[in-house]
Design a protein around this ligand. Structure first.
Ligand SMILES: O=C(CO)[C@H](O)[C@H](O)COP(=O)(O)O
Length: 225
């Protein structure tokens, strides 16, 4: 089976019990904690910052924390999140004045680095930075809120990015975020994704393990071909 990662988005968790929620979803079989940072400027919502990331580490969370920066400017946040225990830091190219520099800052801070593409953001931002990328994240909704519907044109975009990654010969994760459910995860994987962010599909159900196992069963059917 391909090496698929499931990354629950804590945007849909119960923030009043965040440590327990993250612990529970990891115990239920999740691989990575997806941490959505929104600034009410780049996106029309306001969420959580480095203090909350550090609080999760202090609580005892050791799994990778995948910080998705939906903020502008970007660079000011990089060191703060690295110090707070982020494992992966991704940002939107439109939000950074100097994309190459922002990527290098993330790597210099000891984290994995990635670019995030909104549904209508063109892929040309990848042209000269493939050597600095550990992750490419395609948004399959417009960022800002959980619980939105998957935008179907993401499938074509995933196929295009998968070709670029395979053509580069590099080991780069292809992550997808927005509207991922048990009933579409196989189609999304078949288009090339290998890391799946899911918020409402997991946290809005009473049994996290059941959802994650159902997702893995769907992914196994893709691997089986
Ligand atoms: O980045 C995000 C929104 O900007 C969320 O991670 C994403 O929408 C996940 O939520 P859901 O799985 O409910 O669509």
């Amino acid at each position: 089976m391909a090496d698929y990662l499931i990354a629950p988005s804590i945007l849909s968790a119960d923030f009043a019990r965040l440590g327990e929620e993250v612990e529970a979803v990891l115990a239920a079989g999740a691989d990575v904690v997806h941490f959505d940072v929104m600034d009410n400027h780049f996106v029309p919502n306001l969420t959580i910052g480095p203090m909350v990331c550090k609080a999760l580490r202090d609580y005892g969370i050791t799994a990778p924390i995948d910080v998705h920066l939906m903020v502008q400017p970007v660079d000011r946040m990089i060191a703060d999140f690295a110090d707070a225990g982020a494992s992966i830091i991704t940002f939107h190219p439109e939000a950074s004045t100097h994309i190459d520099r922002s990527l290098q800052m993330i790597k210099d801070a000891g984290c994995q680095a990635g670019l995030v593409f909104n549904p209508a953001t063109p892929l040309h931002y990848l042209d000269y930075v493939m050597d600095k990328l550990d992750v490419i994240l395609l948004m399959s909704v417009n960022p800002g809120f959980g619980g939105q519907s998957f935008i179907p044109s993401t499938l074509e975009k995933l196929r295009a990015v998968r070709e670029r990654i395979d053509g580069s010969g590099r080991s780069i994760r292809l992550e997808v975020d927005g509207g991922i459910k048990v009933d579409n995860i196989a189609e999304v994987a078949a288009a090339g994704a290998d890391m799946f962010v899911a918020g409402s599909a997991i946290f809005n159900q009473p049994d996290y393990q059941q959802v994650i196992q159902a997702m893995r069963a769907e992914l196994a059917s893709v691997s089986a071909g």
